[in-house]
Design a protein. Structure first.
Length: 212
């Protein structure tokens, strides 16, 4: 879910910004905790057969994505490690969460397939662009909106098949958020090709300037 850095008029990146080389920060710890909680989610769903608890856990993990981003931006804790760790945690959350819920049968197959297809293609493209020397691609508004909506929808689908008294309301929320989530996600995907080409061109220009 990605957006390019500023246009070609932006100066080539210099040394790492002050403090961005830190590793042990609150946002990074939150991202690590999210990753560590994924096995707990799987255990609750399959080991304990408790869809309600698993849905709450998955919803909590999705909500913490906003928390670590907020802390990083507002308390000057943006780091190079965090720029990599946070999207990795997001993608693993999607892959593990959606695959588990798909196996459980709580989410329509076509919805799970659309989400996973996009994540696989975007993830692979990001890796290829990085290997080719492209500048890092930041998240667009469409990507953020799509991720937020899907992080609401996915646990709601699971909760709608649980014993919760609000299961019916959860299903309504799931369908109300998954459709716009998919639209925003695929819109950001459509933007990714031209933005990726620009990032690659600027990255190569940066390397040429350094070698000059």
């Amino acid at each position: 879910m990605a957006a390019v850095r500023p246009s070609a008029t932006t100066p080539a990146p210099g040394p790492v910004a002050n403090g961005e080389d830190r590793i042990l920060t609150i946002p990074n710890v939150i991202s690590l905790v999210r990753l560590a909680c994924l096995p707990i989610f799987v255990y609750l769903l399959f080991g304990r057969d408790n869809r309600a608890a698993a849905a709450v856990m998955l919803g909590f993990l999705g909500a913490t994505d906003w928390v670590d981003g907020y802390i990083a931006r507002h308390y000057d804790q943006v780091t190079t490690v965090g720029k990599v760790l946070d999207p990795v945690a997001d993608r693993l959350l999607f892959f593990v969460g959606i695959t588990a819920i798909l196996i459980d049968g709580s989410i329509p197959v076509w919805i799970a397939a659309m989400i996973l297809l996009r994540e696989i293609v975007v993830g692979a493209t990001t890796i290829i662009l990085a290997m080719l020397g492209a500048r890092r691609i930041d998240v667009t508004w469409f990507g953020k909106a799509g991720t937020f909506a899907l992080m609401v929808a996915v646990p709601m689908f699971l909760a709608s098949e649980s014993t919760l008294q609000v299961a019916g309301a959860c299903r309504v929320i799931a369908w109300a958020t998954v459709i716009p989530g998919l639209i925003f996600s695929y819109a950001s995907w459509a933007m990714y090709l031209p933005l990726g080409i620009t990032a690659l061109r600027e990255g190569r220009a940066d390397r040429a300037a350094l070698q000059a």
